[in-house]
Design a protein around this ligand. Structure first.
Ligand SMILES: Nc1nc2c(ncn2[C@@H]2O[C@H](COP(=O)(O)OP(=O)(O)OP(=O)(O)O)[C@@H](O)[C@H]2O)c(=O)[nH]1
Ligand SMILES: [Mg+2]
Length: 302
């Protein structure tokens, strides 16, 4: 791709105002693939686009862009993140391979819901590394959110169970003084273990325990994906979805990469919605996913 960013390439492509030709569509398919679309998906989208253009007798490239934006937006599976109140227990389990931003996202999510008046507890269920617990405890101290943690090497499912018990005892942060017996537990998990299969087995075990012991708590499994990893993110999603049946995705490090084609693949191949996009390291660098805005950004439209 060279030194020119994907956003620039897209802008250049549509900026030429060339007449539409076969070549233009071929180039567009190549460009979508550069933007992390799968090859088959890219060709399929371009074929659909070509048909629409023919039907509507569009004649220049610039006219094609909003049509493509609409076509892509329709392909995105959208789901609002849950609106939580303090009436119910909710567990959000964050999963993902090492370094994608699970711990940071756990803090961001906990903070976001806390700011909406929800009572929150963080569960340090990455018991594989000692530093992982410390990292979450520091976030908890900064945010004024209780962190439930065990010793390194402990059972991650037991940490989450303890967090639920603490929540039932009304032992978390005050959540702006809201009443109600509910709590949100945001659980961080390990991204690294001795082997990848050990990691997946561990997650399946946590999942089994939560499914059977979380009682009537709402339980969500969100996969954290680093948007700079390109197509590899889809491979990760396939593995985790297969292991524990995910509910959604958090896309991180979007500030470092605007090649967002992976969102369309998650919708197309796995029917998985992206719930949040993170675009920086600060707590406020998280926003609910908006398919309309996202698609227009992807195509360099404003
Ligand atoms: N630029 C940017 N950096 C991020 C974002 N989210 C996380 N990071 C950074 O990515 C690095 C890894 O984040 P962590 O939250 O520790 O990732 P993790 O998945 O918990 O990592 P492990 O626990 O080692 O598996 C840190 O330096 C974070 O500050 C983001 O949206 N944008
Ligand atoms: Mg971590």
């Amino acid at each position: 791709m060279g030194s020119v960013s994907f956003a620039e390439r897209i802008k250049q492509f549509f900026g030429f105002k060339n007449a539409i030709s076969e070549d233009v569509f071929d180039d567009l398919a190549d460009l979508l693939i550069e933007g992390d679309f799968g090859a088959a998906e890219a060709f399929h989208v371009v074929e659909e686009l070509q048909n629409i253009c023919k039907k509507n007798k569009l004649s220049n490239v610039e006219e094609v862009r909003p049509v493509l934006a609409e076509l892509l937006e329709q392909k995105i599976i959208f789901k609002n993140p849950p609106l939580l109140d303090n009436e119910k227990m909710t567990v959000i389990l964050l999963l993902g391979v090492n370094g994608v931003g699970k711990t940071t996202s756990a803090a961001k999510i906990a903070n976001m819901y806390k700011n909406n008046g929800v009572k929150v507890i963080l569960a340090a269920a990455d018991t594989f590394r000692a530093a992982a617990v410390d990292q979450l405890v520091i976030h908890g101290e900064r945010l004024g959110i209780r962190v439930v943690a065990h010793k390194q090497g402990g059972d991650p499912a037991a940490v989450i169970y303890d967090a639920l018990e603490a929540a039932k005892a009304g032992n978390g942060n005050a959540g702006n003084g809201n009443a109600g017996n509910g709590y949100l537990i945001v659980a961080d998990t390990a991204g690294r273990m001795h082997t990848k299969s050990a990691l997946v087995e561990e997650l399946k075990k946590i999942d089994r325990v939560l499914e059977s012991r979380a009682g009537d708590a709402d339980y969500y499994k969100w996969l954290v994906l680093d948007s700079t990893t390109g197509r590899n993110a889809l491979a990760q999603a396939e593995i985790f979805h297969d292991a524990v049946k995910l509910d959604g995705v958090i896309l991180t490090k979007y500030d470092s990469s605007a090649r967002g084609g992976i969102v369309f693949s998650l919708s197309d191949a796995l029917k998985l919605p992206v719930l949040f996009v993170c675009d920086g390291e600060k707590y406020e660098h998280i926003k609910p996913f908006n398919p309309h805005v996202y698609t227009r950004e992807f195509l360099g439209l404003d």
